[in-house]
Design a protein around this ligand. Structure first.
Ligand SMILES: Nc1ncnc2c1ncn2[C@@H]1O[C@H](COP(=O)(O)OP(=O)(O)OP(=O)(O)O)[C@@H](O)[C@H]1O
Ligand SMILES: [Mg+2]
Length: 244
């Protein structure tokens, strides 16, 4: 009998089935890479997305560990998980910026749940990306970002496991999700896992104060406290509430 994952390889299951309630939460990679000239009217969640690892609020232990591994040229496959708006995407984008600088766009491939494509398409995309020689030999590995990885079917996850293995020499994968229990153990064991907990009130308050100062707006202490409370550990939510 064929083993389960061998079988899964034959199935062209959608890697990311469309989620009916999927909304762009302001995560566009282009917006993250360089603040557009019209940044003044840009959503604050993008305008104030951490550009470097030092800008990432809280999660010092995680950020320092990833930073050290990056510096030592030992970046593993990563699995970043935790509730929305806690800095998972921001952290890995900051890593990419640090690793690749201006070559950022050539060295990172971002795939996410809005890509309603079969595993074969994704496999080819990853293959094309991984097999193109990098512009500069000093960049040893490229980065594939799989956002909303928990939206992947089990079949697609099994297929991905092979893809990761095949390209491990030239490519590092980062899986990002909210619900780690939806990621199959076989994938989990190939990644170094980091849990992004909800941000505490102190860190959210500090970041909001920074934005309030930068924007030159007037917010009362009780108003700020209310925004922090409503944000309930989600920095994106807090920033969005502050902006309206
Ligand atoms: N730790 C943080 N430090 C500073 N800003 C943050 C942090 N976490 C989130 N933010 C703010 O919230 C926005 C969204 O963060 P990010 O995209 O990193 O969240 P996420 O954890 O990937 O969420 P999701 O699970 O919804 O994808 C960022 O652009 C930034 O403005
Ligand atoms: Mg994200």
């Amino acid at each position: 009998m064929a083993e389960a994952e061998g079988l899964a390889m034959e199935i062209d299951a959608p890697l990311f089935p469309p989620k009916p309630d999927y909304k762009d939460k302001g995560k566009a990679i282009a917006a993250a890479a360089a603040p557009p000239p019209e940044a003044r009217s840009a959503p604050w969640v993008e305008k104030y997305r951490p550009q470097s690892l030092a800008d990432v609020a809280a999660h010092r232990d995680i950020v320092d560990t990833i930073d050290r591994l990056t510096n030592e040229n030992r970046l593993p496959h990563l699995l970043l998980y935790g509730p929305p708006g806690t800095g998972k995407t921001s952290t890995i984008l900051a890593v990419a910026r640090k690793l690749y600088g201006a070559q950022y766009h050539n060295m990172i491939l971002e795939l996410n749940a809005s890509d309603d494509r079969g595993i074969d398409v994704v496999r080819h995309q990853i293959q094309d990306f991984a097999s193109t020689r990098s512009f500069d030999a000093k960049y040893s590995v490229k980065l594939v970002l799989l956002d909303e990885a928990d939206a992947m079917t089990k079949d697609a996850q099994f297929a991905l496991r092979r893809v990761i293995e095949k390209y491990t020499r030239s490519t590092r994968f980062t899986l990002i999700c909210n619900h780690v229990n939806k990621i199959i153990p076989a994938l989990q064991s190939r990644c170094t896992r980091f849990r992004f907990a909800p941000l505490d009130a102190t860190h959210i308050t500090e970041r909001l104060q920074y934005v309030i100062k930068a924007e030159g707006i007037d917010v009362s202490e009780s108003g700020l406290a209310a925004v922090v409370r409503l944000g309930s550990g989600d920095m994106r939510k807090a920033l969005n509430i502050l902006q309206v």
